[in-house]
Ligand binder design. Structure first.
Ligand SMILES: NC(=O)c1ccc[n+]([C@@H]2O[C@H](COP(=O)([O-])OP(=O)(O)OC[C@H]3O[C@@H](n4cnc5c(N)ncnc54)[C@H](O)[C@@H]3O)[C@@H](O)[C@H]2O)c1
Length: 387
């Protein structure tokens, strides 16, 4: 029996474009989805590197205009691997054209945009997904299971941190991630959005926020048109431009269930590459996750024997751990790219089963409400209550 296929049109072909292409391809090799993805057309603005990318990853065609891509009848899925200033326009056009949408985070530049994106989806029969890929680490799934089983008890504290160092160098160019019009905000939207997604998933909804943000470096060398984050010195041109986002954000929150939380996001944490961690402390136990050791979950259990209590490190690579049995024997660890494979496989299966996938645009809207409240709180120096 031949398998059902769906054609993908992907917009953007750099960091996330590579991660997504790999996700679609590997999803077929390791998971039994009922739909097979066809890498039909990839969209970008620079012909030569776009063509090289398409050849390397097996995209059948290249296209320079994303509107023309969405208008095509032979495209079933729009994969958005482009910066967030494009998410709103692309999502509106894709939803109206009836395409399923695989969208990078954060959902939009503002709550207003996010609300409209959700409204346009309405009850159209399309699957929409927001790529907070860290929900799909087996160790994070284990944390979720332990919490749902009551093993941590009542949650008192969430401590989320997402620390990177790449902007600490003043010579680092002014890429789109440092411009408000393109990125909406700095590490607050870029990094805290991931932590907020995990906090909503694991702890619950947030009721009030209070934040402080700062900018350490006001002006930077201008990059050339093709530069993207992590491409330090890539084609720096003469001249400088103003940084219009914050460089670091610190936010404290109260959850609806009474837990207290903190979110720490910066691109100025010298020595930290991609230190994405959370700690959860509850009445019966505690959990610690560190993305740079993403196969592991640390678990402290209050019910352990006296004198033997301590954090144990669980390797989430056993067949009982979600996603793990699709890969290698226990202890043969997986990495960052596998979270994208899991997302691609779950997304395709959600389309096949006509069901929803989380996180989705609704989650993205909730997250934008928290992010925007954080920005407002920092600007006005007061706590913001979430409606
Ligand atoms: N889930 C994650 O872990 C993760 C990690 C990094 C980035 N992201 C998100 O992914 C998105 C893309 O980030 P990135 O790091 O891949 O950026 P990038 O700068 O590496 O790549 C952006 C791509 O978008 C393309 N693009 C820009 N404007 C375009 C236009 N008008 N038409 C067509 N293509 C256009 C660029 O040519 C480039 O290929 C952002 O929303 C970002 O927040 C998510």
């Amino acid at each position: 029996m031949s398998m059902r296929t769906m054609n993908i049109g992907m917009i953007g072909y750099k960091f996330m474009g590579r991660a997504h292409s790999n996700g679609w391809l590997q999803s077929q090799r390791f998971f039994d989805t009922e739909i097979a993805p066809v890498l039909k057309a990839v969209c970008g603005r620079h012909e030569e590197p776009l063509k090289e990318f398409a050849d390397r990853w097996g995209w059948e065609e290249t296209i320079s205009d994303w509107r023309a891509l969405i208008a095509r009848d032979d495209i079933d899925i729009i994969d958005v691997a482009a910066p967030q200033y494009l998410h709103y326009d692309i999502a509106l056009a894709a939803a109206k054209a009836g395409k399923h949408i695989f969208m990078e985070k954060p959902l939009a530049l503002s709550v207003e945009q996010a609300q409209e994106m959700v409204d346009v989806i309405g009850d159209r029969p399309i699957v929409h997904y927001l790529n907070h890929n860290y929900r799909r680490c087996p160790a994070v799934r284990l944390a979720k299971r332990l919490i749902d089983e009551g093993r941590i008890g009542r949650i008192y504290h969430w401590r989320g941190a997402y620390l990177q160092e790449w902007a600490a160098d003043p010579e680092y160019p002014l890429t789109w991630q440092m411009k408000k019009t393109k990125a909406g905000s700095g590490p607050h939207g870029d990094l805290n959005s991931h932590s907020i997604d995990l906090a909503r998933y694991l702890v619950g909804e947030i009721a009030q926020v209070s934040a402080m943000m700062t900018r350490f470096i006001a002006e930077r060398p201008l990059p050339d048109a093709q530069a993207s984050a992590f491409s330090r010195n890539a084609g720096i041109t003469t001249g400088t431009g103003k940084v219009t986002v914050e460089d670091a954000s610190f936010m404290t929150v109260m959850f609806e269930n009474g837990a207290l939380g903190s979110f720490d996001a910066t691109r100025f944490a010298t020595g930290r590459k991609n230190a994405h961690t959370f700690e959860i402390y509850g009445s019966r136990g505690a959990l610690i996750f560190d993305l740079e050791r993403m196969n592991e979950l640390q678990y402290y259990c209050n019910d352990d024997h006296e004198g033997e209590k301590g954090f144990r490190t669980i390797m989430a690579t056993e067949p009982v751990h979600e996603y793990a049995s699709a890969w290698w024997p226990p202890g043969h660890i997986i990495g960052y790219e596998h979270t994208f494979v899991h997302a691609a496989a779950d997304f395709l299966q959600a389309i096949a089963e006509k069901t929803e996938i989380r996180p989705n645009f609704f989650d993205g809207l909730q997250e934008m409400i928290i992010l925007e409240a954080g920005i407002k709180s920092a600007a006005e120096g007061r706590t913001i209550i979430i409606d």
